[in-house]
Design a protein around this ligand. Structure first.
Ligand code: G3H
Length: 312
């Protein structure tokens, strides 16, 4: 049952209306969120369910490299891994790179069905003009990006200039054209859980197709309580508007245990409508290796040799 009952039609008609709506959202019970996330994180699952969960998690991975030292060769190698991770494992959902490497990834993934995601809008700080953000986005889409992972203006958000944040998301969404837009809230900088809920709603009201926790450059990144709050937000947003929005925790998700905790959180919070790569992604640079290692262990009873793929 949605916790939001006001009409959303005029919510963004003015700064005052937007502020009133966002500050009118129910407050987040911090202790409750931490406790619920911790409790869900303790859920164990049966072996067969674990094998299925591992393959589902693999299919949800946005395999990511976002380093200044990235090269075309590294991206091509990562794309090969994305297509055939190993054994009978499924392909990942997407490859996520910087804008200047989108063309390399698009070429490498042509015809595979794996999406090309590009960060944009002055990632990771976002500290640049809207003109540059829109241009950054348009160039990434023109180079072949199917998805854009943008960052919000955290300075504007934290100083209560919500309309600036809203209007930037609207402008970047327009520049995306056919590409899907993931909006990175950088929750590690938002200070409170109430701000995570507000930023989630702000991004969805502005047209986000996905809301994403983090750039992976700020700690803490994808914590379970934050992901829980964002899953509650997309659930309530769909109840209120009928539109489904995806969730992507990213940053610091390293182990199969982390991944399965996230899947339990999705199922128990938003429901199984989100338990697909279309509506839930795991943004990670090294998680895939552990998923493959645990997959091998489940299948053969032993860990494979040291020839696992590393992005480093
Ligand atoms: O968007 C994805 C993140 O940058 C990946 O973070 P990670 O390197 O901690 O897995």
């Amino acid at each position: 049952m949605s916790t939001v009952t006001t009409s959303l039609a005029d919510v963004a008609s003015s700064e005052a209306a937007l502020r009133a709506f966002l500050h009118g959202l129910p407050g987040v019970d911090r202790v409750g969120a931490d406790q619920r996330a911790a409790m869900l994180g303790t859920r164990s699952i049966k072996t067969t369910a674990k094998a299925q969960a591992i393959d589902l998690a693999i299919s949800m991975v946005d395999l990511t490299t976002l380093e200044g030292a990235d090269t075309a060769g590294k991206v091509r190698a990562m794309c090969a891994k994305a297509v055939r991770p190993g054994g009978e494992a499924p392909s990942v959902a997407a490859v996520c790179v910087y804008p200047d490497l989108v063309a390399v990834a698009a070429e490498a993934l042509k015809g595979t069905g794996i999406k090309v995601a590009s960060v944009a809008t002055g990632f990771p700080s976002g500290r640049t003009s809207l003109e540059v953000k829109v241009s950054d986005t348009a160039l990434a889409v023109a180079a072949g990006a199917d998805e854009i992972d943008m960052v919000i203006d955290r300075g504007a958000f934290l100083s209560g200039r919500y309309m600036k944040v809203y209007e930037e998301i609207v402008a970047v969404k327009a520049a995306c054209g056919p590409a899907h837009l993931k909006v990175i809230l950088e929750t590690g900088e938002l200070v409170t859980y109430d701000n995570v809920r507000r930023a989630s709603w702000l991004a969805m009201l502005a047209g986000a197709d996905f809301i994403k926790t983090s750039t992976g450059k700020v700690a803490p990144a994808a914590t379970l309580p934050v992901t829980l709050i964002m899953l509650e937000a997309v659930r309530d947003f769909r109840d209120a508007t009928g539109r489904q929005v995806g969730v992507k925790p990213a940053g610091g998700i390293r182990t199969t245990k982390d991944a399965i905790k996230n899947l339990v959180l999705v199922n128990e919070t938003a429901g199984d409508d989100w338990l697909t790569p279309e509506w839930f992604r795991l943004g990670a640079s090294s998680l895939l290796n552990d998923l493959l290692m645990q997959r091998e262990k489940l299948a053969t009873g032993r860990y494979a040799g040291p020839d696992y793929f590393t992005l480093d």
